[in-house]
Design a protein around this ligand. Structure first.
Ligand code: FMN
Length: 158
């Protein structure tokens, strides 16, 4: 027995999340960034997180072979970043403010949090791959996160 895609979406959309843009650089030096809500903590010691990325996305091969990636947690004013990095624009970094971190991977400097990670495991996750990264550097700012719930962006009320 299994559930339908609609039932899956209806169930999962009731679980609120933050929104991240996960960035990497491929072997040819091209920059990649993708909006990801499937992000969570894995381990405290060593510090590890995971992100789930759809195998059909253009960026997937870059994450598989890049070795380094950055999770940028968006603040409540950055829904435009989320829409931008969820789109099919060829050069997503043309008009974006970023600096270069480990191995030249882009860091969105005005995000709420930047986690620079070393890829440690790739796990099968159906039509997604579960990328587990060890956090090597963390930059944390004050502010509130952008939220995503039932297909809409939300803000914390207090
Ligand atoms: C709020 C939001 C959350 C998303 N979360 C994910 C996610 O967790 N994993 C994923 O693979 N795609 C997610 N996406 C979709 C990707 O961002 C989208 O497919 C993107 O265009 C892929 O870019 P690329 O093809 O250039 O790699 C999300 C999109 C939005 C708007």
């Amino acid at each position: 027995m299994s559930i339908s895609t609609e039932e899956f979406r209806a169930a999962l959309s009731r679980f609120p999340s933050g929104v991240t843009v996960v960035t990497t650089k491929d072997k040819a030096g091209r920059l990649h960034g993708i909006t990801v809500s499937a992000f969570c903590s894995v381990s405290l010691e060593p510090p590890m997180i995971l992100v789930c990325i759809d195998k059909t996305t253009g960026s997937h091969p870059a994450f598989e072979f890049g070795g380094t990636f950055v999770v940028n947690v968006l603040n409540e004013e950055q829904s435009h970043y989320s829409n931008h990095f969820a789109s099919l624009i060829a050069d997503k970094f043309g008009d974006i403010n970023y600096s270069e971190g480990l191995n030249g991977v882009p860091i969105l400097e005005d995000a709420l949090v930047n986690l620079q990670c070393r890829l440690v495991y790739n796990h099968e996750g159906g039509d997604h791959t579960i990328f587990v990264g060890e956090i090597l550097e963390a930059i944390v700012k004050d502010g509130k996160p952008l939220l995503y719930f039932q297909g809409n962006y939300r803000k914390l009320e207090d």
